[in-house]
Design a protein. Structure first.
Length: 123
């Protein structure tokens, strides 16, 4: 059902940038934030949760995996919705529903005829 998502290292583009926010001198002089891009899908992740570059690298890969899984689930959900919609559209309406639709049309027609302008008779 849920197939594991495999991410190859060769499909990743990784760069290190300086973090923003608190962290003092370490943040100002060391590039601890990780910017990770998955080349086949174009998904980008920036991680600067930790003061350690190694921890940020690990967390960026986890976040990338979560994002790819979320996108896969959304894609699967859209596919299921399309299949279900097509199934409902192909299904024939029950006889009672058809009868009620025709009756509603007849009533609406009568209502509109009553509202229509009465033509004056020629003398």
């Amino acid at each position: 059902m849920n197939e594991p998502i495999v991410i190859l290292e060769k499909d990743l583009e990784e760069s290190f940038i300086r973090s923003s926010g608190p962290g003092g001198q370490n943040v100002n002089k060391v590039s601890t934030a990780v910017f990770l891009r998955h080349i086949p899908t174009g998904v980008s992740i920036k991680c600067q949760e930790s003061r350690s570059q190694e921890q940020n690298r690990k967390r960026a890969r986890e976040l990338l995996l979560l994002e790819l899984r979320r996108r896969e689930d959304a894609k699967r959900g859209r596919y299921i919705q399309q299949k279900e919609k097509a199934r409902r559209q192909r299904r024939q309406k029950p006889r009672a529903v058809k009868k009620r639709m025709i009756e509603d049309k007849r009533l609406r027609s009568q209502k509109k005829q009553v509202r229509s302008r009465v033509s004056s008779m020629e003398e």
